[in-house]
Write a protein that binds this ligand. Structure first.
Ligand SMILES: Cc1cc2nc3c(=O)[nH]c(=O)nc-3n(C[C@H](O)[C@H](O)[C@H](O)COP(=O)(O)O)c2cc1C
Length: 172
């Protein structure tokens, strides 16, 4: 397995514009153990400050293979990449780990942090995140019903919201 070659940083020192980082650059959301993990592309979510902690919040549909890993492990990572890995992120956002080894198809090299969190050697930023709160979105919670009608129909489950503390941030 490849060595962990990242340097720890303070999450408050991340200089990227967070909306561009998540919405436009995309991220990989990865959960599981060295023996059994899965990753998927995500671009819905955010970072901020809640309960006096640095947090991320992400949204995962129950249909995703990644969902089971999110449910069954105490934490997950968000990894961010240069634009040259756009095709890799595209692949991880269109294929399911149920059907193929998408990490190797995407040309990514898995590696694990000292605390055992999954990441990729090609990432430029890794956030280790420990789950604090999780709950499915509810139809009755929508104040503007357009997003509800646009994104949730009869055959798609509501996303589950996960709020997680950033317990470590790593850069190259
Ligand atoms: C740019 C992009 C952003 C995505 N964002 C999310 C997201 O925030 N939440 C989600 O549940 N799925 C999102 N997806 C869809 C999953 O990445 C996709 O369904 C993936 O194939 C799931 O893989 P899995 O079945 O191995 O978990 C996104 C896909 C793309 C291409």
């Amino acid at each position: 397995m490849k060595d962990w070659k990242f340097t720890q940083t303070d999450p408050a020192e991340i200089e990227d514009n967070l909306i561009r980082l998540i919405a436009s650059d995309w991220m990989l959301l990865t959960a599981g153990t060295p023996d059994n993990f899965n990753t998927m592309t995500a671009n819905w979510g955010g970072m901020g400050y809640l309960w006096n902690r640095n947090v991320v919040f992400v949204f995962v549909r129950p249909e995703r293979y990644t969902y089971g890993f999110m449910e069954n492990t105490p934490g997950f990572t968000l990894t961010f990449f240069d634009d040259r890995y756009r095709d890799a992120l595209d692949l991880c956002g269109t294929k399911s780990g149920r059907d193929c080894d998408k990490v190797s198809e995407a040309g990514l090299t898995p590696l694990f942090s000292p605390d055992g969190y999954p990441a990729f050697a090609e990432a430029r930023l890794v956030l280790e995140c420990k789950k604090l709160y999780a709950d499915p979105l509810r139809e009755g919670g929508f104040i503007d019903t357009v997003p509800q009608r646009t994104h949730y129909g009869n055959n798609t489950g509501m996303h589950k919201l996960y709020i997680a503390e950033i317990t470590a941030a790593w850069v190259k």
